[in-house]
Write a protein that binds this ligand. Structure first.
Ligand SMILES: Cc1cc2nc3c(=O)[nH]c(=O)nc-3n(C[C@H](O)[C@H](O)[C@H](O)COP(=O)(O)O)c2cc1C
Length: 509
């Protein structure tokens, strides 16, 4: 089987349909949920300062250029809290669970965060695992000599965390989560005046640098899949690697795994590769009338996924427009970190937005894809331009609440929200050109979800990712007959209804 056929076969078999969900565990014993935190026993652990810096910057000012903060433990602790740290503990009926700065499918958090430090005051040089539970760094590897000053973040996924609950579809969720994490880093870095750059290292180099290829260290415990490394600000393109000293042993997360999903390792292998060089991005293409003086760090730390929406609230048009503008290249710091040609495009089932007829809308993120989308989708779609600033088109006027619910695996949030997004990716061509694009398209979709969720939060609304949807039913509604385009993610934005029975406790008491 070639890499391409492996990816296409995985994508097809991990689709949900209303008759058959992708293969997953028939039964789940909640008491045997894998441990939520990976820890490296035998490493030196260094607590990070817990205080969040930059809380004076408002959401409206977040994207403005600012001087880079110095690299030190206070600022790095602040960065990590804002992108990968815990934001709260929740308690209900004897159950207790933590939330993080980014959402995660099933709150299972497959992404592990690594930090490489060279010549940072207060921190020995080396490779560190970020231990979210204690907001600490575990020193995993180091060299005898120090490199020039720099900070890099690396990421790996523990597939089993998601596969335990979601079976074969879990690889997609790991990749969508990765996109959320990258977007969270972009926002947190922007607050500190740092411009993160994703490095074009191949998967084997990322694995070697993060040590997740050290098979002996992972004997008997869950393996980690290398994802990507980014340089914070103007650090060299090549992080320190070829570590001379290693320490630590990872903990076992699940002592009694009941099922196995070998196709996940197959698709992981088929999608290893290199992030391509970026083509550059265009400057912000839309301006917004909405100013926002809420603290940006508050937006990030208070972000939650809605578990229910009120089904009534009408979203002001300006909020909707600002949200859409931030999805366009140049519209958010996230797209500075992802300066690739946009390949994932939002379609919206608008239920309740002031001044907009309920119906299906599309926001092509590149002008060049308008014709391709027109050709691929239903001929009867009207492509009526509806905004003077945004490339926003109405495709059809219709009340689509029930359709949105059905397509989203019958989940009420998809109809109670104000808008249900379907994120549709250019698919067949990019994946054929490079099977690793399968990961990158999911990252882009996850980033779009993260931008939506923080923009919604900043405006007093709330978002929820929807990884469970009926793939080909979506494609039928849109009239997509082949896999030139594929929907990779749904997102619901609306007015949240909180559950008063759930209590909230501080992340780091
Ligand atoms: C990729 C992805 C898929 C998700 N899919 C669903 C979904 O289908 N239904 C749902 O109610 N929530 C979904 N969520 C929301 C998660 O359940 C939520 O993020 C998690 O419980 C953590 O809560 P928090 O976001 O408030 O921190 C999804 C989140 C992500 C990132």
């Amino acid at each position: 089987m070639t890499r391409l056929t492996a990816v296409l076969a995985y994508h097809a078999r991990s689709k949900h349909t209303s008759e058959r969900y992708a293969a997953g565990p028939g039964t789940l014993d909640w008491d045997t949920q894998p441990a939520a935190f990976r820890e490296w026993a035998g490493t030196h652990q260094q607590a990070l300062p817990r205080e969040v810096q930059m809380s004076h910057i408002t959401w409206g000012e977040l994207a403005a250029p600012r001087a880079a903060a110095p690299f030190n433990t206070a600022n790095l602790g602040s960065l990590l809290r804002l992108c990968a740290g815990l934001t709260a503990w929740k308690e209900y009926a004897g159950a207790r669970w933590s939330l993080r700065a980014h959402p995660s499918s099933g709150n299972l958090h497959p992404t592990e965060t690594w930090l490489i430090a060279a010549n940072i005051p207060g921190l020995e040089g080396g490779l560190y695992h970020y231990q979210n539970l204690h907001h600490a760094l575990e020193r995993r590897a180091w060299n005898d000599t120090q490199a020039a000053q720099g900070v890099w973040l690396g990421f790996s996924s523990i597939h089993w965390r998601e596969a335990w609950k979601y079976g074969e579809r879990a690889f997609r969720y790991c990749q969508l989560d990765m996109g959320h994490v990258l977007a969270a880093v972009a926002y947190a870095a922007a607050l500190h005046g740092w411009r993160p750059r994703l490095l074009t290292l191949d998967s084997a180099s990322v694995a070697g640098t993060l040590g997740v290829n050290r098979a002996n260290d992972f004997i008997g415990v869950e393996h980690e899949e290398a994802e990507v490394i980014l340089a914070l600000d103007a650090c060299p393109d090549e992080p320190p690697h070829n570590w001379q000293h290693w320490a630590g042993k990872p903990n076992l997360l699940d002592a009694h795994p009941l099922y196995q999903w070998p196709v996940i390792e197959e698709v992981a292998e088929a999608t290893r590769g290199t992030l391509p060089l970026a083509h550059g991005t265009s400057p912000a293409s839309a301006t917004s009338a909405v100013t926002n003086d809420i603290s940006a760090t508050q937006v990030i730390l208070k972000r939650r996924s809605a578990q229910a929406f009120d089904g009534l609230s009408v979203m002001p048009l300006a909020v909707f427009q600002k949200m859409l503008a931030s999805l366009l290249p140049g519209g958010s710091p996230v797209w500075d970190m992802w300066p690739h040609t946009a390949r994932v495009h939002p379609l919206m089932m608008v239920h309740r937005v002031a001044g907009m007829a309920p119906g299906l809308y599309v926001l092509p993120r590149t002008a060049t894809q308008v014709d391709a989308l027109k050709t691929a989708m239903r001929e009867t779609f009207t492509w009526q331009p509806v905004d003077t600033q945004l490339p926003l088109y109405q495709l059809i006027a219709a009340r689509a609440g029930k359709t949105a619910r059905t397509l989203s695996c019958h989940q009420d949030i998809a109809t109670q929200c104000a808008v249900t997004f379907m994120l549709v990716a250019e698919f067949a061509a990019p994946v054929a050109a490079d099977p690793a694009a399968y990961r990158h398209l999911h990252w882009e979709a996850g980033m779009l979800g993260h931008v939506l969720t923080l923009e919604a939060e900043a405006a007093g609304w709330r978002g929820t990712g929807i990884g469970c949807f009926f793939d080909d039913a979506d494609h039928e509604v849109l009239g997509l007959k082949d896999d030139c385009f594929q929907v990779l993610y749904h997102y619901a934005i609306g007015m949240a209804v909180d559950d008063p029975r759930i209590s909230t406790l501080p992340a780091y008491p």
